[in-house]
Design a protein around this ligand. Structure first.
Ligand code: 57M
Length: 360
């Protein structure tokens, strides 16, 4: 909204023309979301404390987490509000892809919010229940997948395979279940990772920064042609959404860094993961998400392996505790060390993923 007004002023003063550019607006969206979250953060923490929205800590978890009992949770609200405000100011709202991304973020945020509310306020440790939560996640993903299938142009159901320029399988209608897997899988993977201060938010920030770059390239016909990736008309505008997420996430990190003043709750983790999955689909870089978000994949695999082995052997474990960050914690590594090491690994995954745009 704001950008259109500012751009309109270029007829009076030409430098306002700069508001037309996606790169410029992405930077402003990032900074706006960062400042909004920094400004709103202390206010939200006070409100959450006032309404006693404090974290319940499981007794079978690591002992070092017991002291975190009562930490304000549902801080994901901060991310949702900051992104919404920034996107409304800086993105082209006539672009349907921006709305799909926003709906994914807010929709998964709403599911998470309901779950958190049931857990924290109504004291039900199961929240809305795993089954109901899963059905809601799948239902929302189905709506998003059907829309994207119809909207992404001639290559909507073709896949780009990292490292291989000549292989791009055509999924046809199988695209719909595939898209469901990407969205729901991504949403749950971020949720599983969110078990230490700043552990999920930094890899998520890195993922959104990476997909901001990819959105820009995919939305630019000439760059897409040069890199031999699919060109998706209008996808460039999604870079602004990703930029807003980078800013909002950094603002959230300000309060969530060790020792955390608030947790994001499922409100934040489901929203971030759902939005990430949808952005990967919009940009036609779905498979690359497994590399960009490598940390989320490793965390999820550690749970799958642990649970499968536990069931097969009647109670034996591969890791001291899953997800894998708890394994290192049980081995005695201090929480901040594990967190920062996961950040470094996450950055390496993202850089490697970006390099595959040329390694094909
Ligand atoms: C939620 N939630 C954190 C916070 C956050 C199948 C199984 C592996 C599922 C898994 C699970 O439930 N994972 C999803 C993880 C929780 O954080 C809240 O939840 C939100 C995210 N959804 O925003 O509101 C706790 O994590 C800590 N935390 C921080 N800082 C943060 O910034 O310290 C979170 C954010 C918080 C806080 O302590 O209370 C969580 O871990 O519960 N289950 C598990 O992760 C459990 N693993 C397990 O049961 N493993 C078994 C199985 C697989 C066989 C095993 O290995 O033997 C672990 N989690 C806990 N206790 N708390 C282990 C036991």
């Amino acid at each position: 909204m704001l950008w259109k007004f500012l751009y309109g002023l270029h007829t009076y003063y030409f430098p306002f023309n700069v508001f037309r550019y996606i790169t410029f607006r992405t930077i402003y969206a990032t900074v706006t979301a960062l400042f909004v979250s920094l400004l709103l953060g202390p206010w939200l923490i006070e409100r959450l404390k006032e309404h006693r929205v404090g974290q319940i800590i499981r007794e079978d978890g690591p002992r070092s987490h017991f002291q975190k009992k009562g930490t304000p949770t549902m801080g994901g609200i901060l991310i949702l509000l900051s992104v919404l405000f920034s996107v409304l100011l800086w993105a082209d709202l006539s672009n349907p892809l921006v709305w799909v991304a926003l709906i994914a973020l807010l929709g998964y945020g709403a599911i998470g919010c309901w779950d958190d509310y049931m857990k924290v306020k109504l004291g039900n440790p199961k929240g809305i229940g795993a089954k109901r939560k899963f059905i809601l996640q799948v239902a929302l993903a189905l709506v998003l997948a059907i829309f994207l299938y119809g909207r992404l142009g001639p290559h909507s159901s073709d896949l780009l395979v990292p490292f291989f320029k000549r292989i791009s399988p055509h999924l046809g209608l199988l695209y719909i279940p595939f898209a469901l897997l990407v969205i729901v899988g991504s949403s749950n993977a971020v949720n599983l990772t969110d078990g230490m201060d700043g552990l999920a938010i930094v890899p998520a920030t890195i993922c959104f920064a990476t997909y901001a770059t990819i959105s820009y390239l995919v939305g630019h016909a000439r760059f897409a042609h040069y890199l031999r990736i699919f060109h998706v008309s209008g996808a460039g505008e999604v870079a602004i959404f990703c930029g807003a997420l980078v800013g909002a996430s950094l603002g959230f990190l300000w309060f969530n860094s060790y020792p955390a003043q608030m947790f994001m709750g499922d409100t934040g983790s489901l929203a971030l993961g759902g939005a990430l999955g949808v952005v990967a689909l919009i940009t036609k870089h779905e498979l690359l998400l497994a590399i960009v978000g490598g940390v989320f994949v490793v965390e999820t695999l550690s749970v799958i392996i642990q649970v499968a082995y536990f069931k097969m052997t009647g109670g034996k474990r591969v890791f001291r505790m899953a997800p894998i960050h708890h394994h290192f914690e049980q081995k005695g590594l201090p929480e901040p060390k594990i967190i920062v090491r996961f950040w470094i690994i996450s950055l390496v995954f993202a850089l490697f993923a970006l390099s595959t745009l040329k390694l094909r």
